[in-house]
Design a protein around this ligand. Structure first.
Ligand code: COA
Length: 188
């Protein structure tokens, strides 16, 4: 097994085709089709792939933007489109890829990890080092067309990597955090 990561637009085609196929398998008809980048380039999308030889067995994308909880400017990154090949689930590949996503965000110096997930997957993310942000609502969309996570059955997960992020815990945990990633990736 090998982990690789690339800016979404630079994923080698042989792997990008497989990544898109896994995403279409998990969310049929709900995401753009084709191998071109799906995410808003403003969010600096980075794809992380778990490979078994040349086969993509699991994948995710990391999206990034600045947030300003309590007036502090922090670089926040979150996991998006996390998927394991349906034929290969339950073998720990999902655990490996969401752990790798966390490590990528930490090791490059981003202040915090911040994203939403289906409530049923809370334990799955916690086992990979992510922290439940009890009561936190991420407000997606745009200021003119907000898309808050409490409209859905979602939980917020995070990780506080830097001192400025740790100083902002009380403005994040249990709070509404304006993520506003835009109208392409409305919520991550
Ligand atoms: C979620 C997903 C990535 C997990 O991948 P995986 O390779 O099976 O993950 P692992 O083998 O490391 O771990 C599986 C664990 O997740 C749990 N799990 C997986 N899907 C679950 C679900 N929908 N609800 C509750 N638990 C789930 C399993 O029960 C298992 O729990 P365990 O660690 O206690 O045994 C995979 O099920 C998937 O691709 N799902 C469809 C896409 C999706 O929902 N992505 C997440 C978006 S937030």
């Amino acid at each position: 097994m090998k982990l690789v990561s690339f800016p979404e637009a630079d994923v080698p085609r042989k792997w990008r085709v497989q990544q898109v196929s896994l995403q279409e398998q998990a969310w049929p008809g709900t995401e753009p089709s084709g191998t071109h980048p799906w995410h808003d380039p403003e969010l600096q999308p980075v794809s992380v792939l778990l490979l078994d030889d040349e086969r993509v067995v699991a994948a995710l994308d990391v999206l990034t933007k600045e947030v300003r909880p309590g007036g502090r400017c922090l670089v926040a990154s979150g996991l998006s489109t996390v998927v394991t090949d349906a034929a290969l689930r339950g073998r720990g590949y999902g655990h490996a890829i969401v752990s790798a996503g966390r490590e990528l965000i930490r090791s490059r110096g981003d202040d915090l990890g911040l994203f939403t997930s289906d409530r049923t997957l809370q334990g799955f993310y916690e086992r990979a080092g992510w922290q439940l942000l009890a009561g936190t609502v991420l407000v997606g969309g745009t200021p003119d067309d907000p898309f808050p996570s409490d409209d859905l059955d979602k939980v917020a997960l995070g990780a506080f990597f830097t001192q400025p992020a740790r100083a902002a815990v009380d403005d994040i945990v249990g709070c509404r955090v304006e993520l506003f990633p835009g109208s392409i990736d409305r919520l991550w």
